[in-house]
Each structure stands twice: as structure tokens, then as C-alpha cells.
Design a protein around this ligand. Structure first.
Ligand code: SF4
Length: 361
């Protein structure tokens, strides 16, 4: 029997942690960024496609925080929007609880998915309707999904949600402009929780906030996850935030996942040459006094990505195979890594066979 719990007067089954909740296979999202048709015809130019996400495999386990990290423009926010159904994939599949989203037809079939999957956006200023009172902002998903219809029960539920995110029920009658950035993000989280979701996709939820407020929001998200068994997909370019919040991390480069590992392993033993480069740019999380190198080279354009391994123009280990053949994610040293040099054992290793270049001092 699955454990059950009550939220807002409604009883929900709480499935076992650890099983795969979201599975993406060969997921792709390409956007057309061509010049206008007439210009293309006159100049005999082909259509131009931007490969924001270019064939990734992803499994998010129930109850975990899976983070996606990478430089600006690597496609991580596109992954977030694909997984909540805001974008349609150009290729590949997304399954939620084993159901292929492409097979859901019409509003009625999609409604349970939209209730269970919610998104917290980066900018709490833009994501809340400035003309609505907080009570209506939070109550809207409850009404939409018909979780509660009786006005007194709806009111009690909004008050409860505000308390859960550290605000006061008296805040319900205010407008968004009466709150600070951190408080607005708390309102966004309360609204996100209102439909009793299982999967929250958080797209840079703290990057618009002051550093001191960032930690409070991250701790709130962790507390809510513990309390309700929530599963998070967390998007950030900030490795200190990723270190704090994640169970597992996927590193993206030019629309592809290049490494997936447990957070402790990734920071202690980054394997992929890009992950190592990325980690060189963050403050010293373990205060080891180690020197940091700035990130070398420019990220190539996703409109015309390099052949083979997209990282090869910046990689000190690149060879001819890297320039012509795209590496696939393969299991190595407890992680999944897409790198020919790791697969060919071209990097110097320690006695346990772990690449020395990947071990942080
Ligand atoms: Fe570098 Fe080659 Fe590995 Fe790409 S596949 S990261 S170019 S060694």
C-alpha cells in the first residue's frame, strides 16, 4: 500500500522514492531562426535552425533534486520548458510516470499531468500578475484543477499555503508590488504548490535575488521537498547553488548532456574536460586555497555547432575522433560521461583507474 497524505483536505497517494518519475530519450528542441523567406530566396540561403537541445537522455528519480548546469545558452532552460510541456519536442520522447506525453490527447487527458508538474520561474517580478491580489494568484490553480470549490475551504487552503512558505495569511489581501523579491518568490512557490504537484521544475529560481535571500529560498525548497516528497528539476548556472541543493547533476554543453553524476562525486571528481573547466570558475567550495583558472575560450554558436564532440575546439585532449564522431553518454567511474578520451583511457589515471586530471586537490 502506498503511503498517503492529506494536503488541503485532499488525500494523495505518495509513491515510493527512487523510482523514475520523468524519463526523456533522445530529446531534441530545434528553433528556426532563418532570415525572412524573401531574403532567403533572393540570397539562396537555406533555413537556419538553432539546436537548443540536441538529443539528450535524462532520468529524474522520484524524491530527488536533479540539477542541470551549464553556461548561458547551453539549452538548460529549454529542457525545463520541454519537461513542463511549455515547448513541444522536435524529436525524442518524454515520459511522466511511464506515460508518453505525446500520447496525451486533448485537455482532459493532459489535465492530470499539468496538475502534477509545476514550474517556478526565475523572475518573481514578471511571473505574478500585478493586478491580482495574492489570494487570487494562489487560488487560481486550485480552482483550475477543481481541487476545492467551497469558498471557505479555498480560503483556508490559501492561508495554509502562505504559512507553508513562511508568509502570513494576512498577506493574502495584498498585491505583488507590496512584497520584496524574496517574498514574491515565496508567493510563486505557494502558487506552484497549490495544485498539489509531484514534480517542480525550478528555472534559476534564486538568480534574481540577493545572496542572503537566495539561501533562505533554497532552504525553503529543501524543507518543502522533505515534507511533501517533491521531486525537483533544478536549473542553474551557479555552481555554489547547485552544490547546495542537488542530489544528482547533469552538465550541459551546447544542447547536450556531457556528464551526469552524484553531486558529491561531480564536485570532488569531475571527469569530463568541460566539467573540470566549469568547476575551475567557481569559488573554492571546500576552502582548500586552490588557485582558480578563468574559463578558457568562447562557447560556439548552437546554430552551427562544431562537428563530433561540440567541446573539441576548447578541449586540450581533442583528437581526430573527437572532431568527427559525437561521443555518447557511457558509464565510467560511477558517473555517465560523454567523452572519447575517458572511454579510450587516454587521460592519466590513479591506482583506482580514475582520471587524475579529474581529481580536485
Ligand atoms: Fe575532449 Fe574529445 Fe572528450 Fe570531447 S570527446 S571532451 S574533445 S577528449
Amino acid at each position: 500500500m502506498p503511503e498517503t497524505k492529506t494536503r488541503g483536505g485532499v488525500e494523495f497517494a505518495r509513491p515510493a522514492a527512487g523510482e523514475t518519475l520523468v524519463r526523456a530519450r533522445d530529446l531534441a528542441c530545434h528553433f528556426e531562426v532563418s532570415a525572412p523567406l524573401l531574403t532567403r530566396l533572393l540570397e539562396r540561403r537555406p533555413r537556419t535552425m538553432l539546436k537548443a537541445v540536441d538529443g539528450i537522455d535524462l532520468d529524474v528519480r522520484r524524491g530527488e533534486t536533479f540539477s542541470v548546469v551549464g553556461e548561458s545558452g547551453c539549452g538548460k532552460s529549454t529542457v525545463a520548458r520541454l519537461l513542463v510541456g511549455l515547448y513541444r519536442p522536435t524529436g525524442g520522447t518524454i515520459e511522466f510516470e511511464g506515460v508518453d506525453l505525446a500520447a496525451l490527447r486533448g485537455r482532459a487527458e493532459r489535465a492530470p499531468f499539468h496538475r502534477k508538474v509545476q514550474m517556478i520561474f526565475q523572475d518573481p517580478y514578471a511571473s505574478l500578475n500585478p493586478r491580482w491580489r495574492v489570494r487570487d494568484i494562489i487560488a487560481e490553480p486550485i480552482r483550475t484543477h477543481r481541487l476545492l470549490t467551497e469558498p471557505a475551504a479555498l480560503r483556508r487552503r490559501v492561508d495554509e499555503l502562505l504559512s507553508q512558505v513562511g508568509l502570513s495569511p494576512t498577506d493574502a489581501d495584498k498585491f505583488p508590488h507590496e512584497f520584496s523579491g524574496g517574498q514574491r518568490q515565496r508567493i510563486s512557490i505557494a502558487r506552484g504548490l497549490a495544485s498539489e504537484p509531484e514534480f517542480l521544475v525550478c528555472d534559476e529560481p534564486t538568480s534574481a535575488l540577493d545572496v542572503s535571500v537566495q539561501a533562505q529560498i533554497l532552504n525553503l525548497l529543501k524543507d518543502l521537498q522533505r515534507e511533501y516528497g517533491l521531486t525537483y528539476l533544478f536549473i542553474s548556472h551557479n555552481l555554489a547553488v547547485i552544490y547546495h541543493i542537488s542530489d544528482r547533476v547533469g552538465v550541459m554543453y551546447l544542447g547536450r548532456l556531457v556528464e551526469v553524476a552524484e553531486v558529491g562525486d561531480l564536485f570532488a571528481r569531475p571527469l569530463h574536460p568541460y566539467t573540470r573547466l566549469l568547476l575551475e570558475t567557481v569559488p573554492d567550495l571546500e576552502m582548500s586555497g586552490r588557485d582558480r583558472q578563468p574559463m578558457a575560450g568562447e562557447v560556439p554558436s548552437p546554430i552551427d555547432p562544431p562537428t563530433g564532440c561540440a567541446f573539441h575546439p576548447r578541449c586540450p585532449f581533442a583528437n581526430d575522433r573527437c572532431r568527427s564522431e559525437r561521443p555518447r553518454l557511457r558509464h565510467a567511474h560511477g558517473a555517465a560521461v560523454a567523452c572519447h578520451a575517458i572511454e579510450e583511457a587516454r587521460l592519466p589515471v590513479d591506482s583506482a583507474g580514475v582520471p587524475l586530471e579529474g581529481r580536485r586537490a
